[in-house]
Design a binder for this molecule. Structure first.
Ligand code: COA
Length: 259
């Protein structure tokens, strides 16, 4: 599939999505949302894709937020619908059965920070900056930011970031647990690829079940521990679980088929 606002590539079963509006620091406008939604669907439907990276084009920004130019004439009803639409797309990323990680290569502000947080985990370049500056615009985050920031870094730090609009640098994001690694900018995609290459050797059914069970912790309509019990049990009906345990006992590498 081709996209007007995204660059995509598929190498060794890793799908890389690069948001490509460098003149606007990769801000999320209507077209990016349509493309991103379709690209997330492509991850699920293309069996050659095992995992994905989301990053931004250029060396300055991951995504500098929702496109503020599209905010100026929205009615309350239209803004409410936009927030719902953004949340739905980001839920789709969060609930992807295939791992989706963010390679944050610069500013991740507003909707950009929210996009990174919807991914399963984050790797940052040393020049990355994170923030929810919506208060500066008389707004609040609308694409899940108030929820996921609190989940990821805790209530006190999250509320400080939300109400101050202050940015944090990559080192602080690492200290807060917002990102898993900070690497030199030139190493960012290599690091993301290396991690996904390892994950891609694991049993896909088990990988999907880990994501689902971890997400269930935050799903107020589901008991996460019960979800874990059910997912754990489900693994035992899969060929990959038999292959994985057998390979361990036979002291060889497993060959997983996703069944
Ligand atoms: N929406 C629309 N356009 C944006 C944007 C956004 N969120 N963020 C940046 N841009 C545009 C700028 O308007 C500018 O466009 P122009 O060249 O046509 O004037 C271009 O991207 C470059 O940005 P600029 O502000 O000149 O770069 P900078 O290095 O001086 O500052 C930022 C970088 C990220 C600090 C600054 O762009 C910024 O504060 N952006 C908005 C962040 C924000 O509030 N995000 C949350 C939105 S809800």
């Amino acid at each position: 599939m081709s996209y007007s606002t995204l660059l995509t590539s598929l190498t060794d079963n890793i799908f890389t999505i690069t948001i490509n509006r460098t003149d606007k620091l990769n801000a999320l406008n209507k077209e990016v949302f349509i493309d991103l939604n379709n690209a997330i669907d492509e991850i699920q439907h293309n069996s050659a894709i095992q995992s994905a990276i989301i990053t931004g084009a250029g060396n300055k920004a991951f995504v500098a937020g929702a496109d503020i130019t599209e905010f100026t004439c929205l009615t309350i009803t239209e803004a409410t619908a936009l927030s719902k639409k953004g949340q739905d797309i980001f839920f789709k990323i969060e609930n992807s059965a295939k791992p989706v990680i963010a390679a944050v290569n610069g500013f991740a502000l507003g909707g950009g920070c929210e996009l990174a947080m919807a991914c399963h985990f984050r790797i940052a370049s040393d020049n990355a900056k994170f923030g929810q500056p919506e208060v500066n615009l008389g707004l609040i985050p609308g694409y899940g930011g108030t929820q996921r920031l609190t989940q990821l870094i805790g209530k006190g730090r999250a509320i400080e970031m939300l109400v101050s609009g202050n940015m944090i640098d990559a080192a602080t994001a690492l200290q807060y647990g917002l990102v898993n690694y900070v690497v030199p900018a030139a190493e960012l995609l290599n690091k993301a690829t290396a991690i996904l290459t390892l994950i891609n050797t694991k049993a896909p059914v088990a990988v999907a079940a880990c994501i689902g069970a971890a997400n269930a912790v935050y799903d107020k309509s589901t008991d996460g521990y019960l979800a874990e019990i059910n997912a754990f049990g489900h693994c035992f009906g899969t060929a990959d679980m038999i292959e994985g345990t057998t390979a361990f006992l036979e002291k060889r590498k497993p060959h997983f088929t996703g069944k």
